[in-house]
Write a protein that binds this ligand. Sequence first.
Ligand code: ACO
Length: 323
Amino acid sequence: MLRSVVRGVGSALPRRIMKNTEFEGLVDTSDEWIVQRTGIRQRYIAGDGETTASLGEAAARAALANGGLEPRDIDLIVLATSTPNNTFPATAVEVQQRLGIRHGFAFDMQAVCSGFVYAVATADAHIRAGLCKRALVIGSETFSRILDWSDRTTCVLFGDGAGALVLEAHEGEGSVADRGVLAASLRSDGTHKDKLYVDGGPSTTGTVGQLRMEGREVFKHAAGMITDVVEGTFAQAGITADDLSWFVPHQANKRIIDASAKKLGIAEEKVVVTVDLHGNTSAASVPLALDVAVKDGRIRKGDLVMLEAMGGGFTWGAVLIRW
Ligand code: ACO
């Protein structure tokens, strides 16, 4: 039985760090408010020459190096983003070109902050179906370019960056002890689309638009939706929260992360938190957090790792991986 096993992980961040105090001259806010309400202390902001494609390429190269692989070893790229370099072609295809890959196929995945979780589940399905052997799964974003920098309720929350995983086809018995993607649960519900959206687009305004969010409304739904999909993957795999080694949630708000872990009965010391360092990087947040926890030695081969995210749409999802 084919399954997809993690072969490498990597990430990339823009050169510029922006601390909370730098907002104090821009909008009516404070470091204290941002830290208390969100847990965010700083974020990275893309500068000249830094784009979703360039950050995605750098994260991909780091993941390939981590797995001892070359670009020619890859035959699928799925890139999750809501901030593509162009309306089309897909940024995944630009990353493919930057990596010098001319075989296989590449496409973008648009599920806002849940994009990376959707992309892992999608790449896994392609591998299981025998459509490819090694997939680069990338989450890359430059949200700083769609923010309204005069709106204090949103501009302090987001940052830029990219992370990537390489998934590789292996034969396995299909047991929970096997390494690889074990279970996935994906959801969406468009009735919530006006709570978190970008107010422009090629088919409506002909503009790129800016991010708009009813933060309190999103907050209200987040923990319940996250719990729903995480428990769905627990049931599929026949495990409980106690079996998990690590919980790697979407990094939007420390209070949402804490509330979700508590509701799920996941111990605090198993939760990977990087929102303080990166802010909310949308589809890049889960692979950025994964890379931090792998590089600092927390996540090791054989660990049971739960990824989850919730975002615009609403979309939400979870993926369980034996690392
Ligand atoms: N600085 C100071 N005050 C602020 C700021 C700021 N940056 N932003 C808002 N405030 C004020 C508000 O105006 C409000 O003032 P008022 O009471 O006078 O009206 C007060 O602070 C409280 O505002 P709330 O919105 O109730 O604050 P809350 O505690 O809900 O925190 C936040 C806001 C951080 C946005 C929170 O609601 C949140 O994290 N929401 C979820 C965001 C999220 O998870 N997104 C995930 C998906 S992201 C994606 O898919 C792209």
